[in-house]
Ligand binder design. Structure first.
Ligand SMILES: [Zn+2]
Length: 436
């Protein structure tokens, strides 16, 4: 299958083999280090000469292919590029290790990092512009045992952020439940997931599901500069402790308060203490909703958790089929039964299937990957009477998840199949996302 990342391309540049202008890649503009450090290219003229153009080409080419992560791994005398599109890795070009070194050092310099230090991991970022769209390039370097450094670049489009319930494919049902549960000035709604699963994005979508015209929502959290309309940002008082800050927000008539991720046990206790006076929304580190509940019970005790936890949500990101090239097919009845889709399902979709002996059609939109963009598959456990009983009886995470599913609450499986039935994603993609 052609994935649009040909192995014949060398050095991340297309100029070598294609002289026609339409293939000319628009170049990225580096505009400064995110940490505000002055970048002196003149003092590093030699490095700039060796590294600036290849760095530009590597990043511009990756952005043209919609990469959300670029990895450059030196191994001996060569270095391999891996591009991640919608979270899935594709092998990119190879280049001499010397060139990879120049690119890595150049990007470190542009990110205001220490180019003399190659023994320690470093992190920074570069403000850039690509085709008149602002991107932040997050730069991470880490030393490798065999020598050299691995470079990881994460471009973040500053205009597009997946954060509304619509972006995340919230079902209407789920929105209604969130609105209901956050309307009683009581209870904790937690959003959890493993690192890099888009937890903050999910909590944005939860907050946006709340009717901000009917309820007053306060935020004690700093969302890294992202702002949400209709939400009052509680002012910070120098030296004020978390419990006092929370008490002040409750006094000022908040219905719902959003707090910073609950990593520390004492904050977790404060939040559950105050959840009799206000509804609190926060992030919490747990692999999924079932495990979140059992972890909380271990920390706070079954009584408090069953009394005050209102709902736990968790998500996984899956890729959406490309509208331009997805193909309809008639699923066979045995398959439908096996995966749990209704037998009357007439049509499902998947990426174009390769036909032997035929050149596959190129898709201009997705680069012939078959997928374009991502959405969330969401699991929600609402703490109703039967879940409360299970919490008190010491049930484990899978018993909690099973009960939730039996009662028709949204599970990863049910939500994923809904997206398959709607033609938004494929069964293959669901399988891939949940196997990983
Ligand atoms: Zn396509």
């Amino acid at each position: 299958m052609v994935f649009g990342f040909g192995k014949s391309k060398s050095g991340g540049s297309r100029r070598d083999y294609d002289s026609s202008e339409e293939f000319e890649i628009e170049s990225i503009l580096f505009q400064g280090a995110l940490n505000g450090k002055e970048v002196d290219l003149r003092a590093n003229a030699k490095l700039a000469q060796a590294g600036l153009v290849p760095a530009k080409e590597l990043i511009s080419d990756a952005l043209a292919r919609r990469a959300d992560m670029i990895r450059l791994d030196p191994k001996g005398r060569v270095a391999a590029v891996t591009l991640y599109v919608d979270g899935v890795p594709f092998p990119g070009s190879r280049m001499p290790a010397q060139q990879a070194l120049a690119i890595t050092q150049m990007l470190k310099l542009l990110a205001g990092l220490d180019i003399r230090d190659r023994q320690n991991a470093q992190a920074g970022g570069i403000v850039t512009d690509y085709k008149e769209t602002p991107y932040h390039l997050l730069i991470n370097t880490s030393p490798l045992k065999a020598g050299g450094e691995r470079l990881v670049v994460r471009p973040r489009n500053q205009q597009v952020q997946l954060e509304t319930p619509d972006d995340l494919g919230f079902s209407e049902d789920l929105r209604v439940r969130i609105r209901e549960l956050t309307s009683h000035r009581r209870g904790v709604v937690l959003v959890c997931g493993p690192p890099n699963s888009g937890v903050t994005t999910l909590s944005f979508a939860v907050i946006r599901s709340i009717d901000a015209y009917l309820y007053s929502i306060y935020s004690l959290a700093d969302f890294g500069g992202r702002s949400i309309t209709h939400i009052s940002q509680a002012e910070r008082v120098e030296g004020e402790t978390f419990d006092r800050q929370l008490a002040r927000a409750i006094r000022s008539d908040a219905d719902v308060i959003i707090v910073e991720p609950l990593h520390e046990e004492d904050r977790l206790k404060i939040v559950f203490d105050d959840a009799t006076k206000v509804c609190i929304v926060a992030e919490y580190k747990a692999p999924d909703a079932g495990n979140c509940i059992t972890q909380l019970r271990d920390t706070l005790g079954a009584e408090i958790v069953s009394d005050r936890l209102a709902m736990v949500l968790s998500q996984k990101l899956i890729r959406l089929l490309c509208d331009e090239c997805k193909q309809a097919y008639r699923p066979n009845p045995r398959l439908l039964q096996k995966v749990g889709l209704p037998p009357e399902t007439k049509v499902l979709y998947r990426p174009p299937q390769p036909i032997e002996g035929e050149e596959p059609d190129e898709c201009y939109k997705c680069g012939s990957i078959g997928y374009f963009g991502r959405t969330g598959v969401i699991q929600a456990i609402e703490v109703n009477d039967s879940i409360k009983e299970l919490i008190k009886s010491g049930a484990d995470a899978s018993a909690l998840k099973n009960q939730a599913r039996r009662e028709g609450m949204q599970s990863f499986q049910s939500d994923g199949l809904r997206l398959v039935a709607e033609g938004k994603t494929s069964l293959e993609e669901l399988q891939r996302a949940f196997k990983a």
